[in-house]
Design a binder for this molecule. Structure first.
Ligand code: SF4
Length: 295
């Protein structure tokens, strides 16, 4: 089994107390069984706090969020008290993993960084090189792959080849992909109305959508390319078996276009991408509705 990642993956580092949109605020944090078993053995003041701040109501043990849905271990300096007291190895699986995601194939796992993390967004969008996958690990055991997966990788390689053809402007590359799959141009003003009808997690996202006007800012071709690459790399895999590959390609093109259209500056592009990811990619319900809309 092999583990692949985009080349920028190895450069990711959480910016912790410098993060303006910490993942320790506003998200439910479930604790995996092994970590929960370990937390029950921790003694001293931090052990007592762990006991007090974990609830076992519901499907899985989880931290009891405080005011403004803050993790009870996120201190006033923006640092994690569990990390500080017990070390990085004491973090539960979700905290260790975030913002990573994985796609699983027969003979490989592909890992990436989610745009809902501001440090990841900046890393992905400021990468000047074409996104390419690099091998991170190989246990030397080759698993058998099937024809469907082989066809998928060939299809994805064609998309990337077209998308990363920097001899053409990104708009022409996008159109070439749309023609390849018979996809239509979307009316972005109508799409904004559609997004306004989805569940909203953060009111500033709604404000952003509501105040939509044509902006003078135009994201660079490289940033637009990296955004589309990100959405393709992350979301195509789930379409292998259910026939939703064209809809997922349409989603990747459309999501990148919407983010670029809403952004007012480069810094704002990072923030809009982060918000889009948190609102849509990390909401199963919203993602499903957006994908349905692409059909
Ligand atoms: S969102 Fe990203 S940078 Fe911010 S605290 Fe979480 S992992 Fe770190």
């Amino acid at each position: 089994m092999k583990l692949y990642a985009p080349q920028y993956y190895k450069d990711f580092a959480c910016i912790a107390d410098k993060c303006r949109h910490s993942c320790c605020i506003g998200w439910e944090i479930d604790i995996d069984a092994d970590t929960y078993a370990y937390y029950k053995t921790v003694s001293g003041a931090i052990g007592a706090r762990l006991c007090e701040n974990i609830s076992t109501d519901g499907d899985a043990p989880h931290f009891v969020l405080g005011q403004d849905e803050r993790c009870p271990f996120l201190n006033a300096s923006g640092l994690c008290d569990v990390f500080t007291a017990l070390g990085e190895g004491a973090l539960c699986q979700i905290c260790t993993d975030h913002p990573r995601y994985r796609n699983f194939y027969a003979d490989r796992t592909e890992i990436g960084l989610g745009l809902c993390c501001e440090a990841a967004t900046k890393l992905i969008l400021t990468c000047e090189e074409k996104m390419q996958l690099v091998l991170l690990e190989d246990d030397g055991v080759a698993e058998e792959t099937d024809e469907t997966e082989e066809a998928f990788f060939a299809f994805r390689a064609r998309l990337f080849e077209e998308l990363q053809n920097r001899e053409k402007p990104v708009a022409a590359r996008r159109q070439a992909i749309q023609s390849m799959l018979g996809l239509n141009e979307t009316d972005m003003a109508q799409r904004v109305q559609f997004y306004l009808g989805l569940e909203v997690l953060d009111v500033s996202w709604k404000k952003r959508l509501s105040s939509y006007t044509e902006n003078a800012y135009v994201a660079s071709d490289i940033m637009q390319e990296q955004l589309i690459c990100y959405f393709l790399y992350r979301h195509l895999a789930d379409g292998i078996d259910d026939g939703s590959l064209p809809a997922r390609v349409a989603f990747a093109l459309h999501a990148a276009q919407l983010i670029c259209m809403l952004a007012e500056s480069e810094e704002d592009l990072f923030d809009t991408a982060r918000m889009y990811s948190a609102e849509i990619e990390y909401s199963e319900e919203n993602l499903e509705k957006v994908l349905e809309k692409m059909n």
